[in-house]
Design a protein around this ligand. Structure first.
Ligand code: TYC
Length: 113
């Protein structure tokens, strides 16, 4: 919202000549969003990546397969856009799950422009 001064004036005609200008600058900047990226590698099985996308990003099988193929072919893809806290949680979940299964799958986050 633009700068919109709120004018608190005296009651007209009551002899009070003072008025107060209150600068109200609505400070409602929305928090930045973060892209969560999945990176390709030569070793993580395709089915594992599809499972990760279904499990942690709520994608159905067809959506998960499509994104997995995009990463496989292009090297990287955005799998979702979230608040900083949610993005960090997703990245952590994916990295932890991949490590526990001994796959080199990489997941990162990047601030949206
Ligand atoms: N390139 C992998 C393979 O051929 C599959 C893969 C897809 C790995 C997406 C990681 O983020 C990834 N088995």
């Amino acid at each position: 919202m633009p700068h919109m001064p709120l004018i608190m004036s005296s009651t007209p005609g009551d002899g009070d000549d003072t008025s107060i200008l209150v600068e109200t600058r609505p400070k409602t900047k929305r928090p930045p969003l973060y892209k969560v990226l999945l990176l390709n590698d030569d070793y993580t099985p395709m089915e594992f990546v599809v499972h990760v996308l279904e499990r942690f990003f709520g994608l159905n099988h067809a959506q998960a397969f499509e994104i997995m193929l995009t990463v496989h072919k292009k090297g990287v893809a955005v799998v979702g856009v979230f608040s900083h806290e949610i993005a960090e949680t997703k990245v952590g979940q994916v990295m932890d799950f991949a490590r526990r299964h001994q796959h080199p799958l990489q997941c990162t986050m990047e601030k949206e422009d």
